[in-house]
Design a protein around this ligand. Structure first.
Ligand code: HEC
Ligand code: HEC
Length: 396
């Protein structure tokens, strides 16, 4: 009894002080109390550091380049140029920004809320939700291999990663911010001042952080999200055992002139980066999404969407711009249910000539799904930061 009273007397002041300290810190912007580690000085996997402190993409497909830097010919691979050459520090700073909800007006939504590494860099929803649970019009695409893409968004309305991200940042229903408020917030956070000085060593130390530095860092991070090492890739590089019999049958259906999937979803990116009208259904009761007709101001593109990459497709249900199909089986079934079968009445779409009536059997559709599941590669899945420079917590 006596002993416990003594102990109580001894620890009581500590407890009270602790509570007071917590109350004090809780009322402050927590940024300066969460020291973040130095930015990484090595490149993410799949990239090699050159003598100029630039990360250069390196993968097995590069060895089939049509010509190398010396102009010597090799085998052809359809892998386009990736955006690379960012420094390890720019990429790592971009990673912090990508996961930090401080970029949204009310500190609730980060890029990762809708592009979650645990959901194939998508969000598992038919259509995404922004601040205040606002409903967006379309499904969130995976961000794997976006560094290779020439047009962004389902309808191709952005041409660079930097241009693309201005929309979620400043849309009233996504992250709801304004450029002025975003810059004020970031420039107020000691941790970010320190990290931007590390990532951009040539900037003057008293100069405020600029929007183009924020977008450059996030673009650098996104370009590092590469998926080119799936079991399919191992098979393509010559390791026969990487796919089983059913999966190889599925690959053969995929490439066949009957199914014609590979005409649009062309390996190794599994997109030819073109726009196609294929006539997928909208959710019940919703009118046709005009797609690429709007940004390109071209009637022939009414209902056209960018051919999406199928990389990590098993992780990003539901499918299509509308999130209309819940499973891969439903999605592949669409292609054999008849050309234009889901086009709303009164719409006269110019459906792509590769969309036809291939009459695939149930067996072939099951094998296609088996094959699509071999396109998963998480070896370069980004690491979620343990602490955020803003001191906020990661919600997703
Ligand atoms: C509220 C959910 C949400 C947030 C937050 C969000 N996105 Fe997205 N993102 C989407 C949706 C939905 C689309 C597709 C919209 C469309 O095509 O009209 C998309 C498209 C993209 C694309 C185009 C991909 C492609 O294949 O064309 C990129 C790149 C991207 N987002 C990056 C980001 C970055 C970077 C951030 C943070 C600055 C961010 N997103 C924040 C939902 C979100
Ligand atoms: C004419 C070009 C074309 C052909 C051929 C084609 N696709 Fe597609 N595919 C698209 C387009 C465009 C979309 C996006 C349509 C939308 O969102 O409404 C798409 C979407 C998909 C999706 C969903 C992707 C996602 O991220 O939600 C899957 C899976 C798919 N296709 C598989 C296939 C398979 C399997 C075949 C062969 C049976 C095939 N595609 C043939 C153009 C094509």
């Amino acid at each position: 009894m006596v002993i416990s009273k003594v102990i109580l007397k001894a620890i009581l002041p500590v407890v009270i002080l602790g509570i007071l300290a917590l109350a004090f810190f809780a009322g402050q912007r927590p940024s300066s109390y969460y020291p973040v580690p130095l930015l990484k000085s090595s490149c993410p996997p799949g990239f090699k550091l050159n003598e100029n402190n630039e990360c250069i993409a390196k993968n097995l497909y590069n060895q089939y380049a049509t010509t190398n830097k010396a102009g010597v010919g090799g085998l052809k691979s359809a892998l386009p140029e990736i955006r690379d050459g960012f420094s390890p520090q720019e990429i790592d700073l971009g990673r912090y920004l990508f996961f930090d909800p401080v970029l949204s007006v009310d500190n609730t939504v980060s890029c990762a809320s809708c592009h979650d590494p645990n959901k194939g860099l998508s969000d598992g929803l038919a259509v995404s939700r922004g601040i205040d649970n606002n409903k967006l019009k379309r499904a969130a695409p995976s961000l794997y291999n976006v560094g290779y893409l020439k047009k962004l968004f389902w309808d191709g309305r952005a041409s660079t990663l930097e241009e693309q991200m201005l929309e979620p940042l400043f849309s009233q229903i996504e992250m709801g911010n304004t450029p002025e408020n975003l810059l004020r917030t970031i420039n107020d956070i000691e941790n970010y001042k320190k990290l931007f000085a590390e990532a951009y060593p040539n900037r003057h130390k008293d100069e405020p952080i600029l929007l183009k530095e924020i977008t450059n860092a996030i673009a650098a991070f996104q370009s590092s999200l590469v998926s080119l090492n799936s079991r399919y890739d191992q098979y393509a590089h010559g390791y026969d055992g990487a796919l089983n019999k059913n999966e190889i049958e599925g690959l053969n259906v995929f490439r066949s002139f009957v199914a014609r999937c590979a005409e649009c979803h062309t390996p190794p990116l599994f997109t030819n980066q073109q726009f196609a009208v294929i006539g997928t259904p909208e959710p019940d009761g919703l009118p046709l999404d005009p797609g690429a007709e709007i940004p390109f101001n071209d009637k022939s593109l009414r209902g056209a969407f960018k051919v999406p990459s199928l990389r990590n497709i098993a992780q990003t249900a539901p499918y299509m711009h509308s999130g209309r199909f819940k499973t891969l089986r439903e999605t592949v079934q669409f292609y054999t249910d008849g050309r234009g079968h889901a086009v709303p009445d009164g719409e006269n779409l110019l459906i792509h000539w590769h969309i036809w009536e291939p009459n695939l059997t149930d067996y072939e559709l099951d094998r296609l799904v088996d094959f699509l599941k071999t396109l998963t590669d998480e070896s370069f899945k980004p690491k979620v930061p343990e602490v955020l420079p803003s001191g906020l917590h990661i919600s997703s």
